[in-house]
Design a protein around this ligand. Sequence first.
Ligand code: NDP
Length: 453
Amino acid sequence: MQTVNPTTEAELETYAHHDGEAIEEALDAASTAFEEWSARDVTERQTLVGSIAGGLRENLEEYAALMTDEMGKPLDQSRGELEKCAWVCEYYAENAAEFLQDERVGVHPKVKTKVSYEPLGPLVAVMPWNYPFWQVLRVAAPTLAAGNTMLLKHAPNVTGCATAIEDLLHDVGIPEGTFQTLVVGPDAVHDAIADDRVAAVTLTGSTRAGSAVAETAGKHLKPSVLELGGSDPFVVLDDAPIERAASVGVDARTKNNGQACIAAKRFIVVDDVYEAFKERFVAEMNDLVVGDPTESETDVGPLARDDLRDTLDEQVRATVDAGADVLLGGEPLDREGYFYAPTVLENVPEGTPAARDELFGPVASLFRVPDEAAAVELANDTDYGLGASVWTSDLDRAERLTGEIEAGAVFANELVSSDPRLPFGGVKSSGYGRELSSQGIREFTNEKTVWLS
Ligand code: NDP
């Protein structure tokens, strides 16, 4: 497995695939470790999870540079990602025992009834490259604290991050076999899900990959959580604070080089404020500094792989060929690295990739609608349902709209982001199940009903 720096196109490292024998050993180790790990008191497990935070901060510069080298995120955003990873570890270190404590449920005065949360066993986690540390640690922190063990299959282009995380967890004292990285392709994932030693699977990635994993999980009756893509609406109403909406909108679209599932992708703006929003938005997109992600002034780095850049280019071309207008950008940059110009499209026809699909890169589509009702209708006119952002100065109106928009999260007057304290996940083709918060830690537990009479 070869990793490549998307900024320079230079080869970074070569990693050997785990062969059948190594995978077999890892499955055995995960299963054996589960016996010991799950038997420990939750407070002991949560303390060890908390100690990952210290290790992340100690090695912050090294890990940030590794992430930026492997997938091109601006270095400062890599640092921010690691801080957030430390936060999620600390969050579960403080709260896991409380989230997992038995819940008394009164059904009859002579009967003691409760619900207890027991770990399930080894979990296979299939993760993407866009947040190479966050995607893994926001699964690992609750999963390990709950008493499960974990086998990580990371995206190949961030194999260095995958092995760094494995080393870190060992260094802080997570026992052998409790967290392991498998350097394997997708076939091994399906074999692992089918294996009796594996209890459950989680995947973050494309709908195509999610559907494949869910099919195997369903066949073998293993629980799964899927966090898939989004075509998130960013709805701007007539009473919105336009300048702030435009600035935050640019950030929401271009953070992480535009490669986030919860990035704002479709900007749905009512007629009265459309021109004012457009002018400000295009100007700020145009001001973005595109370049070397290790430079502190860079806002947007390269896309993570050449095929991802090519796919984005095809999506934009197909949309423009169908009649969309290009207000800014619209093509890859003619330079070394997998760079794509910050792009704004308008008059995007129905059914085109920019209207229908997930565009994973710094490409925003503007949609003009007559009023609030049309905005909500268009916001919901997608197969996806991950996040949505609504802009209005009337909070009652915002709260009413949150009930009308089909999404796992609706944020008013803010960009959508994940927070360890709040559940995260989607509806429709954006997946199912919840991560983070108390919901996330209970996803891979046996919510056992206990009746004592
Ligand atoms: P994928 O969904 O293909 O990859 C994500 C992870 O899933 C990787 O570890 C990948 O491994 C694995 N995977 C892929 N196919 C299968 C399969 N059939 N069975 C089991 N595991 C599988 O995403 P890409 O990196 O190719 O990106 C494509 C698009 O997916 C993006 O343009 C974006 O739209 C979306 N995406 C969404 C993300 C999100 O945060 N929701 C994150 C990343 C991508 P391997 O690479 O070895 O196949």
